[in-house]
Ligand binder design. Structure first.
Ligand SMILES: [Zn+2]
Length: 161
């Protein structure tokens, strides 16, 4: 069994943010390793192909060469939803991807991470946090993407006129 020591501490439940989410079943101190992001190790090119052609949202970059395809049922960490005020992060250690507590987490809390999506379109966020930046994109990309969207809109409306 994978992640034997950690499986009892987390569970999958209906989330207020999106679909199903991953929840803490016990208190966890900051820095705690919560779960491994389990999946098939594939070459980066194959990871890109799966994410684009197969619309697979569970591809994570492991290093310069490899990705992990977390789209398997053993991978509970794939249920971590996005939030702008996140309490977990994903880090690579010893060639594996781990879900790690960013702050002290109480039993019952939903585990969330900041996706900081590297994407060419704006992806709206529904996390509802006080500090919500309204998009799941990387904060540095949002300004540029917003400008692009506005210019696109101008083009469309001037073409109509
Ligand atoms: Zn948000």
């Amino acid at each position: 069994m994978i992640n034997n020591g950690t499986l009892t501490k987390i569970s999958i439940k209906k989330s207020e943010i999106h679909g199903l989410g991953l929840f803490a079943e016990s208190n966890m101190p900051k820095g705690e390793i919560i779960a491994e992001y389990i999946g098939e190790k594939v070459l980066g090119e194959e990871g890109d192909r799966r994410s684009i052609e197969d619309d697979n949202p569970f591809i994570m970059s492991l290093d310069e060469e490899y990705d992990i395809d977390g789209n398997c049922k053993e991978n509970l960490a794939k249920f971590v939803n996005h939030s702008c005020e996140s309490n977990v992060t994903f880090e690579v250690k010893n060639g594996k991807m781990w879900c790690i507590a960013l702050s002290d987490i109480s039993a019952g809390e939903e585990l969330t991470t900041d996706y900081e999506m590297d994407c060419h379109e704006l992806l709206p966020c529904a996390c509802g946090d006080d500090i919500c930046r309204h998009y799941m994109n990387h904060p540095e990309d949002i300004v540029t993407l917003k400008k692009e969207a506005e210019e696109e809109l101008k083009k469309v409306s001037s073409a109509k006129a």
